[in-house]
Design a protein around this ligand. Structure first.
Ligand SMILES: Cc1cc2nc3c(=O)[nH]c(=O)nc-3n(C[C@H](O)[C@H](O)[C@H](O)COP(=O)(O)OP(=O)(O)OC[C@H]3O[C@@H](n4cnc5c(N)ncnc54)[C@H](O)[C@@H]3O)c2cc1C
Length: 410
């Protein structure tokens, strides 16, 4: 029986483990925390099969100036983080040129398109149906000009990638979501995505399915990984685990983990925050207020506001500016109630400067597989991406072309 160590028990690591297990592998997942307790816990919970294009960096002068002077709420930056982030940001800017972005989207879309299908099987097997809502989410607008611009983009996405959506004017939107006030003039209803009311719980359910089927989850520090004559070994509580292959699925911690191995993977560290609110008006589906840079989503704990990107490194302190602004913007059209979290949560979207996740064997280390960098849509793509890497590791014909995702370290 073939065996593997998977480092990281977020959505990406657990999905990898499940797909390998399905192919008869004996897998040990190693994490310093429990499954789904980091980035895969705190996100907006949307399985975004409509997200066929990765999030491009704005290139126009007005947007860049708004970011530079701190007016934008979707992106903020820390001066102290810029020296480390300058290289990845420059590459990100380069790749965001419209023609390159369109080419990158062709690869990105192959994973997004399969996301709901792959999650669907795991949701059934893990008994997670109670967490799932299957009625899309709403991209809402405050003025007609921005709405018209987004309608044109939706038309392009719909035509090229066959993504379904419908347009709602104010009354149609309020018929669907009566709590949304007049400040919102209309919405694009992306009808195919699913939403998860407790994203961390879904990962835990997947992890429990993996254990029920004979898999093992151990507590351990990834930095203890060593190359041996037979493959790889890692220290875990109460011993050592060995296997011929290891998979690095450490989300935003992957590039720093790989530095001692001589690899530099340019990642833009897009920190995001969340806070829950309860006792206000109900919402049945998530709303993306992109113009103001946040999402408000109904969750088990209440309405969860998640913010855009704060370009900060791990050691930097919490900055509540975006969360407070987002709360103020949301209160302009919905009664949020009161905050139920004493402190905000934050986590980092592992966003590659190439805008594509890294999926494949490390160029200079046999048996070391890399699986990280899913950026804004790792919760969405985990199950589909887990299938892809498992097929590559097993030597099956991959269900999509893996070439665009192959590791290319600097
Ligand atoms: C605010 C916000 C909103 C988002 N909304 C969405 C959304 O709606 N839909 C969507 O698809 N995506 C969304 N995302 C992105 C998504 O959450 C991430 O892409 C995804 O969770 C990444 O999963 P992962 O498994 O790679 O990383 P993680 O979930 O962070 O897992 C990495 C694991 O590695 C472990 N680890 C790290 N270092 C070590 C070490 N040294 N030793 C042992 N273990 C270690 C960690 O404990 C962790 O469990 C959002 C992200 C944010 C921040």
């Amino acid at each position: 029986m073939r065996s593997a160590i998977v480092l990281g028990a977020g959505m990406i690591g657990v999905s990898t483990a499940l797909h390998l297990q399905k192919r008869g592998w004996q897998v040990v997942v190693v994490d310093r925390r429990g499954p789904g307790e980091e980035t895969s816990h705190g996100n907006a919970g949307i399985i975004q099969c409509e997200a066929v294009q990765p999030y491009a960096m704005p290139r126009d002068l007005v947007s860049l100036t708004r970011i530079a002077i701190g007016l934008a709420n979707d992106v903020r930056y820390r001066l102290a983080a810029l020296p480390e982030q300058a290289g990845p940001l420059l590459r990100y800017w380069w790749n965001s040129e419209p023609h390159r972005h369109e080419r990158i989207s062709m690869a990105y879309a192959t994973l997004a398109a399969q996301s709901v299908i792959e999650h669907s099987g795991l949701i059934d097997q893990s008994g997670s149906d109670n967490l799932i809502q299957r009625d899309g989410y709403l991209h809402v607008f405050r003025d007609q000009a921005t709405f018209d611009e987004a309608i044109a983009k939706a038309g392009h996405v719909g035509a090229v990638w066959n993504v379904p959506y419908r347009l709602l004017d104010g009354p149609a939107l309020r018929a669907l979501e009566p709590s949304v006030g007049e400040r919102i003039i209309g919405a694009i209803h992306w009808t195919a995505p699913w939403s998860v009311r407790d994203p961390g719980r879904l990962v835990k359910n997947y992890a429990e399915l993996f254990v029920r089927n004979g898999g093992t989850i151990e507590t351990g520090e990834a930095a203890s990984l060593r190359q041996t004559a037979q493959g790889w070994s890692v220290a875990v509580n109460g011993g050592t685990v060995e296997a011929p292959v290891a998979v690095v699925a450490l989300g935003p911690w992957s590039p720093s983990f790989l530095r001692p191995y001589g690899y530099r993977f340019p990642m833009v560290m897009k920190r995001g925050y969340h806070r829950h609110f309860a006792g206000g008006a109900p919402l049945t589906r998530a709303l993306l207020d992109a113009g103001c840079g946040y999402v408000v989503a109904p969750m088990a704990r209440g309405l969860r506001i998640t913010t855009g990107a704060d370009l900060a490194d791990f050691s930097m302190s919490t900055k509540e500016t975006q969360l407070k602004r987002s709360e103020r913007y949301a209160r302009e059209f919905i009664d949020l109630g009161t905050s139920v979290d004493p402190e905000p949560w934050f986590g980092t979207r592992p966003f590659m400067a190439s805008m594509l996740p890294v999926i494949g064997e490390a160029p200079r280390h046999r048996g070391l597989w890399l699986h990280f960098g899913h950026g804004h849509q790792g919760f969405t793509m985990g199950a589909a991406s887990g299938r892809l890497i498992a097929e590559m590791m097993t030597g099956e014909t991959p269900y999509i072309d893996p070439a665009p995702f192959m590791p290319r370290a600097a």
